[in-house]
Design a protein around this ligand. Sequence first.
Ligand code: TRP
Length: 515
Amino acid sequence: MNAPEQNGCDDAGRGQFKSRLGFVLAAAGSAVGLGNLWRFPYLTYKYGGAGEEGGGAGTFVLVYLLCIALVCLPLILAEILVGKRGRRNPVGSFNAIRPGTRWNIVGYMGIATGFLILSYYAVVAGWSIEYTYKSVINEFAGFETAISDSEAAQALGAKLTSERRGIGEARAGDSVWVVDGNPEEFKAKLIAKKAELYPQHLFSQFVANPVKQVGYFLAFMVLTVILVLGGVAGGIERGNKIMMPLLLLMLVVLAIRVLTLDGGGRIIGYLFKPSISTLSWDLVLGAMGQAFFSLSVGMGALLTYGSYLGPKDRIDTSSAAIPAIDSSVALLASIVVCGAIISFGLAMTGSGTGNVFTAIPVIFQSIPGGRWLVVLFYLLVTIAALTSTISLLEVVASYMIDERKMKRTEAVLISAAAISAVGILCALSFNLLAGYTLFNMTFFDLLDYLCSNILLPVGGILIAVFVGWVMRHDEKRQELACMNPIVYRIWNVLLKFLAPAAILAVLVGQFIFRA
Ligand code: TRP
């Protein structure tokens, strides 16, 4: 976790961030992760669809941004405030602020949510290790021979024929194809199609392999454990300071590349032109769940970071910086991934969980030097994921250390072992357990749905009610001494009324209006 220094100069004997920038970067490091680079693009594509004119993606982005500004931003400040005042893990902080009440249930729920999120999150994080490796050995380059002519031609809608037809006929290898249009163009299209099909082929092969899925998942858990055990301070905090700006720079370079493609500009309309007709409860719930997930809000991760702040640290402005950084990264990632899908006319199949792993290799093949950029890209995905898994494991571990009086090593190892047991089932849900579904979702999908769309929002309501209604103004004001009085009022009102009401409406609405 980012750098609580054990200097022992605060009352709870806990560490403290060295600087405000350190805190903001730590919180941003937890927030920016697979949620931005993998989940956000795949959801925009899920709601936007293959056609760029539908407006579904635009509606999703708009609702997402509204949720962030009106619901999540007030909640971020509330969560950090509880941690800063309680100066303990999520359970301990509620106990410290309202001793003897049941409010600590919010803390317990948060710890359970963190446990579950980590168990499926580390599966996808494991994919990024394999993809870093694949890009180092340049596996994506083998597409011309790996995909057969007939497979690519079939995907293009051409028909194999044994007759000579004259017009509209193309030879590729030994076969003769009936095609629409110019045969030379067809050959070029055939190669492009192969370049597109190959990463999808690699991806499905990869997730279908249970040994690899479990292996990479466990490898990622081990990485996380090593860092959390080591106290991480210098390593991760310093790593974050270098890697986060680098990630942003990489994304900007890629976004420019996508936007300057033929028809690349269409992605802007795709992402920013909402259409009312696409509004549905499912979309609103999806957008809200994504906002919670992406900002790490609703389960006590930010609360735990807040507990490493000093009594005089200013939290209102820092709280605003987190969503600003996080949404910029998410939008850039969507421009890159969805933009590439649209401009390259890639046909994405399945749930889209693999988009970032199938679209990126295709785009990079068209960029000079792309072979090395792709290495860098997946390396950065891996690191962004790691700074998030650390924060998840740390929440569970800090509870075991503070409340169950375990040693750090013991707490980390026991938590990680339990999380791994559940995570293995997630890793297997892409292969051996793929047939076992509930509500049409695999175990992996089910956990993601449960955590993002139910547990985090419920956690959010409870935190909003606690800070909005239970805590007194003088308690809150003590932690927010520098906050502008008008902004404080607005925040308080949003927290008391709008945030809980909006979350509740969306949660309940899904059961009533579910299509
Ligand atoms: N926000 C991270 C992401 O976008 C994931 C994450 C880390 C998280 N810690 C969390 C999500 C706590 C919810 C709660 O990848």
